[in-house]
Design a protein. Structure first.
Lengths: 313, 317, 519, 418
């Protein structure tokens, strides 16, 4: 088929809808990680927390059938693991890269272990259904209805978290403290801001968001759990924080770009256009890098990122 | 040496993957139940890392405690070749491949996945109303490729106008990506889906959600696929294992290459007990399976002609 | 009723037998110290005497190993800034405690309750800030981010913040180290006004005349112990200096007049350069420095001296104009090329541009020369012993106080760090030396030493560009002075015509012409 | 950490430091004990006796000639990667791209090895290894270049480049590099096996008379009939060289200066951007070596299962952990790599012997990493106590805040970030 036709068959509303779905887990995880990094903490263990969140959400729903319990479970385990990570990197001042990798391994193994012992083989659960908003969902024009008004609740939540977190960073005391602690902890400390408390808080928030990210997979988008369900999404999420230069909006753009290219390459082979699969699979990664090459250069890096704080003593 | 037959096996993914690793684990468990005290097996799962498998295999081989050491994954080939040379007294089996490296203590086993693929493809073509079918594969290799190719040719042979599109997502484990691949098919009008490798648990969910039909392979996914599931090609490694146990009992440590086929019962077509299909459609399904199996066994139907061209294994005894 | 917290009264504060140990050093060896409401109390001492440490203990940043603190007669424990702030103690640190990326208002809001609960209340804060800056006439723009502010402005922010938080006792650690005479005088006005209102002010400085000028009492520390606390009245610069150093020191220099004959070593033709803030920080600068001459650059901080120094040193691209070293075009060439042409540079921010904090003293000593044959076989293999020996040599001849050549340089006091930078820069007998704030925050002993070294260089025939915000220093050392204002050179004064009022006026932006007219 | 200008130590001070070394080791051992305690809980939950569990783990790691060999085999690629990590982190570049760089090295190495199957080994082997190093260096350098000239964060780019390398490998192994004998439709994506004489030789140590009997080894040469190969020696030698590079040469001096303080380095006339790229090229090069050594010394062919792990065995990531445990010092990385090698190999053994799920092993390894890295805190506390002669608070080091920190604060590297 000729180029124009193929373009028509490739850039469809369903691709856009798929983009939003694919972006959802990345958004949750990356926005959560942004909280941590803004306050000076790098958490490489996101993927591990995601896996635990995914399993606990899945299991809660599998056992009780209650989606809310599923969410609660994911948030709880996320908070716990965030707390653990905070204790390790803030109180014990451990090298954050290593402890993160440790946390990842722990989550990877533990989620699978629990799954094997409590569930056995993959089972599917009744996850969050798409919400059809009468009227809106039926808008045919540009497939608006399908793209924006027929997703499940977690997709909306993920995108909601962007303006909310932006507001927190820029308009609230808490956000101010986070930024200060990430830029100049000594100054924040001298102004009676508890660096420790703030970093614990951001790490716990990050953990809960990562838990949600996992839940969005296991009880909203896939409705199933399997060993290593996230397949390394957590690491991409960390990368997206750098892509977004620690700004929620930027992080969202990164997540959307990455997911869009992915949705596109799937669509391309779905309509039977032949490209070596290796190259189409490669595309999102390549394009993310290229995009960053052309993006603006200035960035407000949290200067204290990964540097444990230690008062004068 | 007592009269207990001891087997040790290593496999890449987890034994609960509803796919490749599980097929071998189930076979061994089945034998264990049948033979009771006369049979024991150890299983090291989740060994994606070839070097770790190498350590395990060497450990077993050198221990001399095992009558049969199985490397369940084509990536383990080089390791088996080396160890078999080093431990000529130990019987090795590996798959899926056909290459015994010309060693008397190595058996290779593989599966004619194209056969079940062909039948699933034919059924898909018959049951599809939109005439649009989607297949999700991992990477273009081994039994996955055989299944997918067989499936495609099965569709073509049954309904030349039907379109069947294939997406290789380049991963055995990426459930989210596989899921979106399936969704992409659906949004382009596919009403029947199939796929191979452990990440298909995602696409199966998609089939369920949009009440489409699902065809599976490697292990039975009937329970997970519920009313969407139609037919599954199940690998019955126990067929090979039985032969091996017998041969080894007689002192032949290997040298042969086995292929699971419909004929030797190594490939089994299972119709889902949970399927949502109505009575007579189910009847047609069963008839088609019977007829096609017939044809394939008798050789009237050749699922993948190009396979013939390439030197292949001698069929199992 | 003002919006900001009104000061809690502190009548008296006393520190008794304070002992503080750090790994390696005992910073304070049982120091007694007391202040009364309404007094300005100066704290004097050489580098490393223990001034900052004593004050950090009072502010709750460090915990004393021994000793107690009495507030209005009652023993109190101050274990964190929270305790000190809530007791009305405020501190302005030697290295400002501001977050560069945040605005003035945000920095003030940091760590304070907001009237709007969880939401920031910057409007209200900005409002009271303006009120405060009115009242003490401290000009600040609440909306500017800190990184855009000159050091002097940043200090104003620190002071206003302390006042806003209702500090009754205000500690200032070397506040004037970064100020011009005008700014300092202005600061003193503010401090006097505060004292008059009943605030207590503790004031650390290395500059004796200003200490004498504004303080009512003076406490002198020498390596961790109190020498004495005396009334300012009756004390003299010399007596104080000797109390601090424990020996007599020279405070005035004899400078043989410059012939004006030496060859032009450094020449700038209409050089312009951008500043961090993006605008033209240096505008069309023309100047000549001859061998054996010290050209002083005076100016309020942030008027282009920074850009001037960096553009010559090759740390900042010139947007326009020509730079000539010994007549050779040297515009926008690499720092290394400049080094080869005999340009040396004592950077203003020693910890950022001058040294690698984590490297040892020895490693820092060869920062520029490590590739040379003397220190590296074939430019590749470092000759450890050679490096260490050369460094030990420098340590001896520059009287640098350091445990060893292997000590990470960050553990040295700034004064000693500065001496090492000086040693390194002079090691290659440069033809041109740019000295930016060479004695900022450096004690008398070290200052005296650095000054003598600069004069030696001058005698050797080096062309020296001396940039300093300490006008006394510039006037003491330079043969000529150029004054910078808003990125431009607004006037030049010959040594014969030095006059603080005149130069100060130029620094404040009053043009040379109008001065002529008024005269 | 300034290994260079070491002060000469008197015997007495040597004894003191020796004593301190012991004290320093204590927290690590204690925290490891804690990790094992928790692991024991898990084992009990799966009703497996912890004693059996850990004894088989120890067995599997250091219990016999062969297991020791396997531990060292496992350590080799991790050590090579770790050496590179030490250099790049010292240069302020957080390289997470070891996996991709290993693949780049392996692909290049095997391509050369296959094309030189007839040339004499003395030429062919070094050339193949060099090819691996160069390819890895270029791939790592790419990330360095993106950072130095386009300000593309290296953590992001290296994570992405890992995924890209995997797909490249899959493509090449399915086409251009596919083993000619793999003709079937259902071919397995692998290269041909490299010629016998081009394989890195197995390593065995001849023992003096009687020793073998003494330790009842089956053969007179230690490590004979094991997979131990000369790659290990290569790695150890390179570790020493890398140490010298970092602290005895101007190259290392410059890389470290740039890592610690870009501006000061720039002023000193050091080419900052070039040294960023250089640091990443070293990192990539050593990872590339790890890749090619795996192929030439162990697997004799490159084969993909679609992911990186099957081939790299995660050495690209584990190398980071090893490097940080080694204190970002190539010499420290040597014991660290052996420790982790033993941990990984032993854990597998435990899975086999007791039939516990692989997942349990993974999570236990995770906990061990966490506990081990956390113990640093207590080590620092003890060290500080010592410096203060008792008393005072714990902590790593004084941070009296200096004039605003340089953009990339030294501590990011010093306190070893990632
Ligand atoms: N954070 C610290 N860690 C270790 N030692 C310290 C620390 N702070 C100060 N010291 C030691 O305490 C001594 C006193 O330091 P302090 O900062 O009080 O000196 P100072 O009087 O402020 O000197 P300066 O005039 O340079 O500011 C120093 O000589 C130093 O050896
Ligand atoms: N992180 C640290 N580790 C060890 N000692 C330190 C540290 N920070 C400061 N010091 C000590 O504190 C003393 C004074 O520190 P301070 O920051 O006041 O120096 P400074 O004011 O820059 O020096 P100067 O007054 O000469 O400019 C120094 O002698 C130094 O030894
Ligand atoms: Mg001080
Ligand atoms: Mg000072």
């Amino acid at each position: 088929m000729n180029i124009l036709e193929s373009l028509g068959t490739v850039f469809t509303a369903s691709v856009a809808a798929a983009t939003l779905r694919l972006a959802t887990p990345y958004l949750f995880a990356a926005i959560g990680e942004t909280f941590g990094q803004r306050s000076g903490l790098l958490n490489l263990g996101v993927d591990g927390i995601m896996l635990m969140g995914a399993f606990f959400a899945f299991y809660a729903v599998y056992a009780t059938g209650s989606l809310l319990l599923g969410l609660a479970a994911a948030l709880l385990i996320g908070a716990l693991l965030g707390l653990a990570m905070a204790f390790i990197s803030v109180t014990l001042k451990a090298k954050q890269g290593v402890s993160g990798i440790g946390l990842y391994l722990f989550g990877l193994g533990m989620s699978e272990l629990l799954f094997q012992t409590l569930v056995g083989t993959p089972k599917s659960v009744e996850g969050f259904p798409p919400i059809y908003i009468p009227g809106l969902s039926d808008i045919q024009f540009l497939g608006i209805g399908q793209i924006f008004f027929s997703q499940n609740i977690l997709v909306y939540l993920a995108f909601l978290s962007v303006p909310i977190s932006a507001f927190i960073f820029n308009r609230t005391n808490f956000g101010l403290k986070i930024r200060a602690v990430g830029q100049n902890p000594a100054a924040a400390d001298a102004m009676d801001v508890s660096v420790t408390r703030i970093r614990y808080a951001t790490q716990i928030i990050g953990g809960m968001m990562a838990g949600l990210a996992g839940a969005s997979l296991s009880i909203a988008l896939l409705d199933v759990f399997q060993q290593n369900l996230t397949n390394g999404m957590g690491f991409i999420a960390v990368a997206l924080v750098y892509f977004g230069r620690w700004k929620p909006l930027g992080v969202m753009l990164g997540a959307l770009l990455f997911s869009f290219v992915n949705a596109l390459q799937l669509q391309i082979s779905a309509v039977g256009i032949q490209i070596p699969p290796e190259f189409s699979t490669m595309a999102p990664y390549v394009i993310t890098i290229i995009a960053l090459v052309f993006a603006g250069k200035q960035s407000e890096r949290p200067t204290a990122l990964t540097v444990p704080f230690q008062r004068g003593e | 040496q007592d009269d207990v037959f001891r087997v040790a096996a290593v496999s890449p993914s987890a034994t609960n993957d509803l796919a490749f690793s599980q097929s071998m684990f189930d076979a061994l468990t089945m034998l264990d139940e049948e033979m009771g005290d006369a049979f024991e097996f150890t299983f090291q799962e989740g060994t994606f890392i070839v070097d770790d498998a190498a350590v395990a295999l060497r450990d077993w081989a050198s221990s001399g405690e095992y009558d049969l050491v199985i490397a369940h994954g084509s990536q383990y080939g080089s390791v088996v070749e080396e160890l078999a040379n080093e431990f000529p007294e130990v019987a090795f089996a590996w798959g899926t491949d056909v290459n015994t490296f010309g060693l008397p203590n190595v058996s290779a086993y593989t599966v004619a996945a194209e056969q079940g693929g062909y039948i699933n493809g034919a059924l898909a073509a018959i049951l599809s109303e939109t005439g649009n079918i989607g297949v999700i594969g991992p990477i273009e290799v081994g039994d996955a490729k055989l299944y997918v190719d067989g499936f495609v040719s099965g569709v073509g042979a049954t309904d030349p106008d039907a379109t069947v599109n294939v997406t290789y997502i380049q991963s055995f484990g990426d459930v989210p990506l596989a899921t979106e691949a399936a969704t992409a098919f659906v949004s382009n009008g596919a009403d029947v889906l199939s796929g191979t490798a452990q990440m298909v648990v995602g696409p199966i969910g998609v089939a369920l959600e949009n009440d489409l039909l699902w065809f599976g392979t490697q292990s039975s996914q009937a329970e997970l696929a519920a009313e969407s599931g139609v037919a599954f090609q199940v690998y019955r490694w126990d067929v090979v294992l039985r032969d091996l146990i017998a041969d080894i009992g007689e002192g032949t440590l290997g040298g042969e290459s086995y292929v699971l086929t419909l004929e030797n019962g190594g490939v089994e077509m299972e119709v889902s007990e949970f399927t949502g299909l109505d009575e007579e459609t189910l009847a047609t399904v069963e008839e088609t399976i019977a007829a096609l199996s017939e044809g394939i066994i008798s050789g009237e139907i050749v699922p993948l002609p190009e396979l013939e061209a390439t030197p292949e294994a001698t069929p199992a005894s | 009723m003002p919006e900001f917290a009104s000061p809690l009264a502190i009548h008296s504060l006393e520190m008794r037998g304070i002992v503080k140990r750090f790994p390696g050093v005992t910073a304070l060896k049982g120091v007694d110290f007391d202040v009364r409401a309404g007094e300005i109390h100066a704290l004097l001492g050489e580098n490393g005497a223990g001034k900052s440490t004593l004050m950090k203990i009072l502010y709750g940043l460090y915990q004393p190993n021994e000793g107690e603190i009495l507030l209005d007669g009652g023993a109190v424990s101050i274990s964190s800034p929270h305790d000190s702030i809530s007791r009305g103690i405020g501190m302005i640190h030697q290295h400002f405690m501001l977050v560069p990326s945040l605005t003035v208002a945000e920095n003030v809001a940091l760590g304070m309750k907001s009237k709007r609960g969880p939401l920031l209340d910057l409007k209200q804060i900005s409002k009271s800030l303006s009120e405060l800056s009115e009242r003490y006439n401290l000009k600040i723009d609440p909306k500017r981010p800190i990184w855009q502010l000159a050091v002097g402005e940043q200090q104003r922010v620190e002071i206003v913040r302390a006042l806003y938080r209702g500090a009754a006792l205000l500690i200032l650690d070397e506040p004037t180290a970064v100020l011009t005479p005008q700014e300092s005088d202005h600061l003193f006005e503010v401090l006097k006004q505060m004292a008059a209102e009943g605030h207590t002010v503790i004031f650390i400085s290395h500059k004796l005349q200003e200490v004498l000028a504004i303080s009512s009492r003076i406490t002198v520390l020498r390596d961790g112990s109190r020498v004495d606390t005396i009334a300012a009245a009756g004390a003299t610069k010399l007596s104080l200096a000797e109390m601090m150093v424990g020996r007599s020191v020279v405070l005035e220099y004899e400078i043989p007049a410059h012939s004006g004959q030496g060859a032009v070593r450094l020449r700038l033709e209409a050089v312009s350069a951008n500043s961090e803030r993006g605008n033209l920080g240096l505008r069309c600068a023309n100047m000549e420095v001859r061998g054996g001459e010290i050209l002083g650059v005076a100016g309020v901080s942030g008027n282009g001296q920074h850009e001037l120094a960096e553009v010559i040193a090759g740390m900042r691209p010139a947007a326009a104009g020509k730079i000539l070293i010994n007549g050779a075009a040297s515009t926008n060439i690499s720092p290394e090329m400049l080094r080869k042409r005999g340009v040396a540079y004592i950077p203003e921010e020693r910890m950022i541009d001058g040294v690698v904090a984590k490297f040892t003293v020895a490693e820092n000593y060869v920062l520029k020369t490590h590739g040379q044959k003397a220190y590296a076989r074939g430019g590749l293999w470092l000759r450890m012993r050679a490096v260490a020996d050369a460094c030990r040599q420098a340590i001896r001849s520059y009287e640098i106080k350091t445990p060893s050549t292997e000590t990470p340089i960050k553990n040295l006091s700034g004064g000693n760090i500065q001496k090492l930078v000086l040693a390194r820069e002079l090691a290659e007998n440069p033809g041109v030396l740019i000295a930016a704030q060479p004695t900022r925050g450096v004690d008398i002993g070290a200052t005296e030493y650095i000054h003598r070294r600069l004069l030696d260089e001058r005698a050797r025939g080096t062309a020296i560009l001396l940039i300093s915000e300490d006008l006394d220093e510039v006037m003491a050392l330079s043969d000529r002075i150029i004054v910078m204002y808003e990125g431009q050179i607004v006037g030049e004064v010959a040594r014969s015509a030095y006059d603080v009022r005149h130069i100060g006026a130029l620094m404040a932006g009053v043009t040379a012409e109008s001065l002529e007219n008024s005269a | 950490m300034n290994g260079a200008f070491q002060v000469r130590t008197t015997p007495t001070s040597w004894f003191r430091t020796a004593g301190n070394r012991l004290l320093d080791a204590a927290p690590l051992l204690i925290s490891l004990a804690l990790a094992f305690l928790i692991a024991s809980g898990l084992l009990l939950a799966l009703n497996v006796s912890p004693i059996d569990g850990f004894s088989s783990m120890l067995q599997g790691a250091f219990g016999s000639e062969n297991t020791i060999a396997e531990t060292l085999v496992k350590a080799t690629p991790m050590l090579l990667v770790a050496i590179g990590i030490c250099i790049s982190f010292r240069g302020g570049m957080i390289n997470v791209g070891g996996e991709g760089q290993m693949i780049a090295g392996a692909v290049a190495g095997i391509t050369v090895a296959l094309s030189l199957s007839t040339t004499p080994p003395i030429v062919a082997v070094p050339l193949s290894i060099l090819a691996g190093f160069v390819a890895g260096a270029l791939y790592g350098g790419l990330a360095g270049w993106l950072k130095a000239f386009f300000n593309v964060n290296e953590i992001l780019s290296t994570i992405m480049l890992n995924a890209i390398a995997v797909q490249m490998m899959n493509y090449l192994l399915n086409g251009p590099l596919l083993d000619p004998t793999e003709v079937g439709v259902n071919h397995v994506p692998k290269t041909a096996r490299i010629a016998e004489q081009l394989q890195i030789a197995r390593l065995s140590i001849p023992l003096p008379e009687g020793v073998a009997e003494l330790f009842s080894l089956q053969n007179a040469e230690l490590f004979a009939r094991t997979r131990l190969h000369w790659g290990l020696i290569l790695a150890i030698v390179l570790a020493v060289l890398a140490y010298l590079l970092l602290w005895r040469t101007t190259i290392g001096y410059r890389i470290r200066a740039v890592g610690e303080n870009e501006r000061a380095a720039k002023y000193a006339g050091i080419r900052v951007r070039w040294n960023m790229v250089l640091a990443m090229m070293f990192a990539g090069g050593f990872a590339g070596l790890a890749g090619v050594v795996q192929v030439l010394g162990l697997q004799y062919r490159l084969q993909t299962d679609g992911s990186a792990m099957g081939f790299t065995a995660n050495a690209g990531f584990n190398g980071i952990v090893v490097a940080l445990f080694g204190g970002l010092n190539p010499l420290g990385a040597i014991p660290a790599s052996i420790f982790f090698g033993g941990l990984l190999v032993g854990a597998q053994k435990m899975q086999r012997d007791l039939g516990v799920p692989a997942a349990l092993i993974t999570s236990i390894n995770g906990m061990i990493v966490i506990f081990a890295v956390s113990s640093e805190y207590f080590r620092a506390m003890i060290a500080r106590r010592r410096a203060l002669g008792g008393g005072s608070m714990p902590g790593t080091q004084a941070v009296e805040s200096r004039p605003k920190l340089p953009e990339n604060p030294p501590d990011v590297i010093g306190q070893a970030t990632l």
